[in-house]
Design a protein around this ligand. Structure first.
Ligand code: UDP
Length: 251
C-alpha cells in the first residue's frame, strides 16, 4: 500500500486512517518480515528531536501512526494531509479484535508484575477466542534479557505488544527485531495498564475534545512535568514551519 508521510520535526509520520493502519499491519503479518510499529504522539516526536537513536528507529520503522491530537495538528499546520488520529491504545484493540478471526497469536510484554496477566484476562473477555500466547512483566535487568528473548521466541507470536514506556520500548524492540523475527512488534505504552484497570483512559468526551493529554497529566502527578512537552511542541512546530518557509522547502 502506498502511504504518504508527513515530516514533523524530522520524524516521518504515516498519513493514514485507523482502518488503513489495520490493513497495513495485516499485510505485515502475511509477509512475515519483522516490522516495527510506533505510535507517535507529540511527546515522542519532541523526544526524537534530541534523541538521535529514537529518531533513527522511528524513521526506519515500518509504520509510524499519528497518535494524538498534537501530531495531527502539527501535520496540518505543516501543510500535510493527515486524515485522523490513530491512537496506539485503539490500534492495539483493533488488532486484538481481528486476532481471533485471523488466528493471530499475541504476546504481552511489559508493565508491572501482574498487570499483563490481568490485561490478558480482559482481552480474553473482550475478544472471544483470542490467543494471548505469553505474558511477561517489563521490569528486568540486562541479565534477564536472554531468558525474556527465549520466552518470547518459544511462544512464537505474530504480534508482540511491548509496554515499557517511550523510548525504552522502541529501543528494545529495534534492538531485538531481527533476532525475535516476529512479524509485528509494536510499542504500546500504557495500554496494558488501561486494560488491566490499573490506569484509566480519559472519558470519551475528553478524547473527542482532544484533551486526553490533560486527563493523563492530572491523573498522574508525576506526568505533570511532561505536559510542558506540549506547548514546547507547538512552538517548535511553528518555528519549523517558518524555517522551512525561509529555506524555500516544499511543505
Ligand atoms: N514500564 C515497564 N518497564 C519499565 C518502565 C515502565 O514495563 O522499565 C511500564 C509501566 O509499568 C507502564 C508502561 O511501561 O505500564 C509505560 O506507560 P506510560 O503510560 O508511561 O507510557 P508512555 O507514556 O511512556 O508511552
Amino acid at each position: 500500500m502506498a502511504k504518504s508521510k508527513a515530516d514533523i520535526l524530522g520524524i516521518h509520520v504515516d498519513a493514514l486512517t485507523m482502518s488503513e493502519a489495520v490493513e497495513c499491519i495485516k499485510g505485515f503479518i502475511e509477509t512475515r518480515d519483522p516490522a516495527l510499529i510506533a505510535t507517535a504522539n507529540a511527546e515522542m516526536i519532541m523526544r526524537a528531536t534530541y534523541d538521535q537513536e529514537l529518531k533513527m528507529i522511528l524513521n526506519d520503522a515500518a509504520l509510524v501512526v499519528p497518535d494524538g491530537a498534537g501530531t495531527v495538528w502539527a501535520a496540518h499546520h505543516l501543510g500535510h494531509v493527515m486524515p485522523e488520529r490513530v491512537a496506539g491504545y485503539d490500534l492495539a484493540q483493533e488488532l486484538m479484535r481481528e486476532a481471533p478471526h485471523k488466528g493471530y497469536r499475541i504476546f504481552f510484554f511489559g508493565a508491572a508484575p501482574g498487570v499483563a496477566e490481568k490485561a490478558k484476562k480482559k482481552a480474553e473477555k473482550l475478544y472471544a477466542g483470542i490467543e494471548i500466547v505469553g505474558v511477561r512483566n517489563g521490569f528486568f535487568t540486562e541479565k534477564d534479557e536472554p531468558e525474556i528473548l527465549r520466552e518470547i521466541q518459544a511462544a512464537s507470536p505474530d504480534i508482540l505488544f511491548a509496554a515499557l514506556g517511550v523510548p525504552k520500548q522502541e529501543k528494545w524492540l529495534a534492538a531485538h527485531l531481527h533476532e525475535l523475527s516476529i512479524p509485528v512488534s509494536m510499542g504500546v505504552g500504557g495500554t496494558l495498564d488501561v486494560m488491566a484497570g490499573v490506569m484509566k483512559r480519559a472519558p470519551r468526551w475528553m478524547q473527542k475534545a482532544k484533551l486526553e493529554w490533560l486527563f493523563r497529566g492530572a491523573l498522574q502527578p508525576k506526568r505533570a512535568g511532561r505536559l510542558m512537552a506540549l506547548p514546547r511542541f507547538v512552538c517548535k512546530v511553528m518555528a519549523y514551519k517558518k524555517s522551512r518557509q525561509r529555506n524555500g522547502a516544499r511543505l
